[in-house]
Design a protein around this ligand. Structure first.
Ligand code: HEC
Length: 244
């Protein structure tokens, strides 16, 4: 390596420092351009090999970074101390149960409606479908957990499957008293407390603080502000669907 000219060494340093931004071709090309003396062929080969290894390492690092991101994006954990019907439970029932236990009387099975509290808590032959605070004695939970193909809900031939975390959420919701909520559109909005954020120089208003808090939770940082032309272009697309 001692025969390498100074300039080349500096250039390798540059490639090392920046390789994660370069594609392999560029790395080799720039080495070539900055190798002025054509002295030792072998030395150059070593440079190529090193640059290629370093670039591959950089690329694989990039790959890792992207892979690390995905698990965080998936599987929302059952959030907070209390589950909300509208936010956590309704989507599960709607996807897996309402086709047969919803508002459509003609499609309804087992004469059971689960989209309204009056029906879900109504006395039935085998007791109400949901017993507030008692998942073990609620047919809804018992049927979901049943190992019997004739009993289990949703029925196997519906090809609907509940994920373990969804079952856990339904159990928690029943344990917490199975509180139904009105459709969100009829619930008067309540002002939430503004979240605290680590960064204090970015947010200009309360909405920004909510966005920043969520970005920080996902370990992301905000993009730089767009220039006025970009903003104009975006709003024009939003409003008219056409370029400005
Ligand atoms: C493809 C249609 C279908 C889907 C989807 C479905 N069920 Fe059912 N369900 C039935 C039928 C049919 C019966 C009546 C026969 C029986 O009891 O097995 C029934 C009965 C029940 C009963 C017993 C009612 C009673 O008192 O006899 C419960 C509880 C129940 N379902 C809960 C659920 C839950 C909770 C879901 C969603 C996780 C669900 N079902 C999804 C078809 C369905």
């Amino acid at each position: 390596m001692s025969i390498l000219p100074v300039l080349t060494r500096a250039r390798i340093g540059y490639v090392f420092a920046h390789s994660s931004h370069l594609i392999p071709g560029t790395a080799v090309l720039s080495l070539d351009m900055f190798y002025p003396f054509e002295r030792a062929r072998r030395a150059r080969k070593v440079c190529y090999a090193l640059a290629a290894i370093w670039t591959l390492a950089g690329l694989s690092q990039l790959g890792c970074r992207q892979r690390v991101k995905s698990p965080a994006a998936a599987a929302p954990a059952p959030a907070g101390p209390r589950l909300s019907f509208n936010e956590h439970i309704q989507p599960i029932l709607s996807e897996n149960c309402y086709a047969c236990h919803g508002s459509d009387a003609r499609a309804r099975k087992g004469e059971l409606r689960l989209d309204r509290p009056t029906d879900a808590f109504a006395p039935r032959k085998g007791g109400p479908a949901i017993v507030k605070g008692d998942p073990e004695h609620s047919p809804v939970i018992r049927r979901i957990l049943s190992k019997d193909r004739e009993e289990v809900m949703p029925p196997p031939d519906s090809h609907k499957h509940l994920k373990p975390e969804e079952i856990a959420m339904l159990q928690q919701w029943v344990r917490e008293g199975a509180v139904y909520e009105e459709h969100w559109a009829f619930v008067p909005p309540k002002k939430s407390a503004e979240p605290a954020t680590a960064r204090t120089d970015w947010a200009r208003n309360a909405v920004d603080r909510f966005i920043l808090a969520r970005l920080e939770k996902e370990s992301l940082s905000p993009s730089p502000e767009a220039d006025r032309a970009a903003l104009l272009r975006r709003v024009t697309y939003d409003l008219t669907g056409l370029p400005p």
